[in-house]
Design a protein around this ligand. Structure first.
Ligand code: NAP
Length: 304
């Protein structure tokens, strides 16, 4: 029986593990894939206080190292649900059939990539469609690539790919970028980057591999075919919390309904990071949530 079971080992979960373990509690993180969450897809993090510029992977490894040195454990399992059997008595169920008991639970399940939503997208995943330029970009060295989106991920992906690819097209649906102006300015100065605004994807070209994308200008209706070897989709993320809908409330978009205190309607159950409803999803807000959730869980445990 653990004191705190943390579902998801991204920055929010790992911070919760650090705070929980430092609070003298027996902590386990349960993670489906690999620890680190979204930051492992970020080549350079330059807005996390105290780190100046650090690679996302390096930061994730350092957080994990810190949590495990403090005694937090990790188990790689896909969590399929959480049941509350009584006060201070939760059962975490996993896809492998393994069950883990804990007195309190922190859900820090993160989010998943939003797709383009056009025909043949799923079929072309791994054949030219990717949701992670940091992970797959190196396969397209010297090629022409397209990045879709206008947030910080798209901008940073374009910046990263400009160092690897022959030519980078950044396609965004509006005439203003959502991401930071400082990065847009850097991109405008790059000779091998073309910014294409007011445009949406219309068709994926090539069979069996992707050979290009047709895009459509939303103002003029004009269509354009771009020859490319890869399309990196950076359309933000969607919640993946359905497995927990019976133990805590979700908002209309599927995020956990909770305030800055990371509390839920279920005593002893907390939510932290991008998976909960919030206006600002940043690394620093995720780690903040992890600390808040863990401190509230410690108070709960001490009150049992
Ligand atoms: P995001 O900020 O939500 O941006 C998603 C982008 O995709 C937006 O430009 C959006 O367009 C576009 N988009 C979404 N759905 C679309 C659709 N159906 N059709 C066409 N375009 C669509 O996501 P993100 O870039 O992954 O960033 C997520 C969070 O992480 C943000 O808070 C971001 O600042 C943060 N982040 C920070 C760093 C860093 O600081 N180093 C790096 C990466 C991400 P609209 O703009 O028109 O809505």
């Amino acid at each position: 029986m653990y004191d705190i079971a943390i579902v998801g080992a991204g920055p929010a979960g790992m911070t919760a593990a650090i705070y929980g373990a430092r609070g003298g509690k027996k902590v386990i993180m349960i993670e489906k894939l690999s620890y680190g969450g979204q930051i492992i897809n970020t080549p350079e993090v330059e807005n996390y206080p105290g780190t100046n510029v650090v690679s996302g992977v390096e930061l994730a490894m350092s957080m994990y190292d810190q949590a495990s040195k403090l005694g937090a454990e990790i188990d790689f399992q896909e969590v399929t649900g959480v049941e509350k059997r009584g006060e201070g008595d939760f059962l975490i169920k996993t896809a492998s059939g393994k069950e883990i008991g804990a007195k309190s639970v922190i859900l820090s399940t993160g989010v998943k990539a939003r797709p383009l939503g056009i025909e043949r997208e799923e079929k072309l995943v791994g054949l030219g469609i990717s949701y992670c330029a940091t992970c797959d970009g190196a396969f397209f060295r010297g090629k022409d690539v397209v990045i879709m989106g206008g947030g910080n991920t798209a901008l940073e992906d374009a910046e990263y790919m400009a160092t690897i690819a022959n030519k980078v097209y950044l396609v965004h649906r509006r005439d203003q970028f959502r991401g930071d102006e400082i990065t847009v300015e850097r991109l405008r100065k790059k000779e091998n980057v073309e910014l294409i605004l007011n445009s949406l994807p219309a068709e994926l070209l090539g069979d069996p591999r992707l050979s290009g994308i047709k895009i459509k200008n939303v103002e003029t209706g004009e269509e354009r075919e771009i020859e490319c070897s890869a399309v990196f989709v950076a359309y933000g993320h969607i919640a993946q919390n359905q497995a927990f809908a019976d133990i805590t409330e979700l908002d209309s978009a599927g995020f956990f309904a909770s305030g800055e205190d990371c509390m839920t309607g279920t005593k002893g159950l907390y939510v932290a990071g991008d998976c909960r409803e919030k206006n600002r999803r940043q690394l620093v807000t995720a780690t903040s949530d992890g600390a808040v959730a863990a401190m509230n869980a410690i108070d709960y445990l001490n009150s049992l």
